[in-house]
Design a protein around this ligand. Structure first.
Ligand SMILES: [Zn+2]
Length: 152
């Protein structure tokens, strides 16, 4: 199920260094089956694909050309933001909003503020803000992410 290959033009969650958030991205280039370049749907910057933060991606069957290790200093910056704080806020929000069942997340669907969504990778999230017609900010247990909504 989770072995579907990404293709150019497809939307993926990726970490955007500009937004400093995991946001929706459109794949613009692939290399040897790996997502190479993406365009951030939030700030429209094109950059190399970076895995979403805080998502444990199982790396199985990688190609022989293993990506060179990312410098260790990155992980230091990443721990700077306390996920514990997000988790507490998330728990409170979910508790206050769970009078309605969560909707399954789909890019084409429309989400209102203060509703719960269920994301197949990030889990349960609370829509905290509608950024504009096509983006919402969603607080997940580990961090807030910008998700695409109302996509036509
Ligand atoms: Zn961005």
């Amino acid at each position: 199920m989770n072995s579907e290959k990404p293709i150019v033009g497809q939307e993926v969650e990726a970490y955007c260094g500009k937004c400093k958030l995991t946001t929706g991205h459109t794949i613009t280039a692939m290399l040897e089956g790996e997502t190479k370049k993406v365009i951030c749907l939030s700030c429209h910057a094109q950059h190399n694909y970076r895995r979403p933060k805080g998502v444990a991606t199982k790396e199985k069957g990688t190609t022989e050309s293993a990506p060179k290790p990312v410098s260790a200093k990155k992980s230091v910056e990443r721990t700077a933001k306390g996920p514990a704080k997000a988790a507490k806020k998330w728990a409170e929000l979910v508790a206050s909003l769970n009078n309605k069942p969560p909707q399954d997340y789909a890019m084409s669907a429309d989400y209102q503020e203060n509703s719960l969504i269920s994301h197949k990778r990030f889990g349960l999230g609370a829509v905290t803000k509608r950024i504009d017609d096509t983006r919402v900010e969603v607080l997940f247990e580990d961090e807030a992410r910008i998700l695409v909504t109302n996509r036509r």
